[in-house]
Design a protein around this ligand. Sequence first.
Ligand SMILES: *Cc1c(COP(=O)(O)O)cnc(C)c1O
Length: 239
Amino acid sequence: MSAIEGNLQAVRQRISAAAKRCGRSAAAITLLAVSKTRPASDIVKAALAGQRDFGENYAQEGVDKIIALRALAGTLPEDARLIWHFIGPLQGNKTKWIAEYFDWAHSIDRLRIAERLSAQRPEGLLPLRVCVQVNVSGEASKQGCAPEETLDLCRAVAALPRLELRGLMCLPAPTPDFSAQCRPFARLRQLFMEAKAQCPALDTLSMGMSGDLEAAVQSGGTMVRIGSAIFGQRMNGKK
Ligand SMILES: *Cc1c(COP(=O)(O)O)cnc(C)c1O
C-alpha cells in the first residue's frame, strides 16, 4: 500500500468518526483531495486508491495535471472519471482555462468573474458547478465576498446560463481550538440556509481542511478539502 493510500484511508476514517459523533451519514460528505504542488504521479496513486475528486489552486498547474491525467487514463480503472475542482483565487486572465478544463470552481467572490466563467464555458460541457466563497471572519486569505453581500451574489450567479450554483465555500484562518474552528463554519452554514431558501438546489457547503475537518463535519460541511493529511506537507512553502 502506498503512503498516499494509507493516508486516504486515515482521512476517510476521520470523516466517518466525525460524522458518527454527530449522527450524520459519512456518505453525505465528499472528500476532495487537494493536490496543489503535487506531481501527477501522486494523483494517480490517489486515484488507484479510489479517490475521484481533486482540488487545485493554480490555474496553469491544474490544467497541466488535468492534461497529464487524461493521457494516463489508460492506467486507471475504466470507471475512474476524475472530477476537478478549482479552489484557488480566481483571476480574470485565467478564467478561460478554468472554464474549459475544470468541473467545479469553489472561489467565486465577485459577479464579474462569474460572468466571465459563464461566457467562457464551452457549450459541449456541462455547466460549471460553482460555490460562492464568503469571507466569514478572520480569513486566511483576503478572498471571499462579504457575508452581507452573499445572498445578492448568489442570486446573480444562479441566473447565469453556463454556471450551476451549488453552494458556499470558506477558508478561515487556521486555529487549533475546536470551538474557534466551528464559529466561522456555523456562520457559513447560516448563510447557506438563507441562500438555500432562495435557491433550493443548493447542496454544497465546502469547508474543512486537514486541521479542522472534524469541526467542519460537525458544522454541516458536505465537502472537505484535504491536502497535507493525504499528500504530506507541501515542500515549497506554498499555502
Ligand atoms: C491548500 C488548501 C486546502 C488544503 O489544505 P490542507 O491544510 O493541506 O488540508 C484546502 N482549501 C484550500 C482553498 C486550499 O488552498
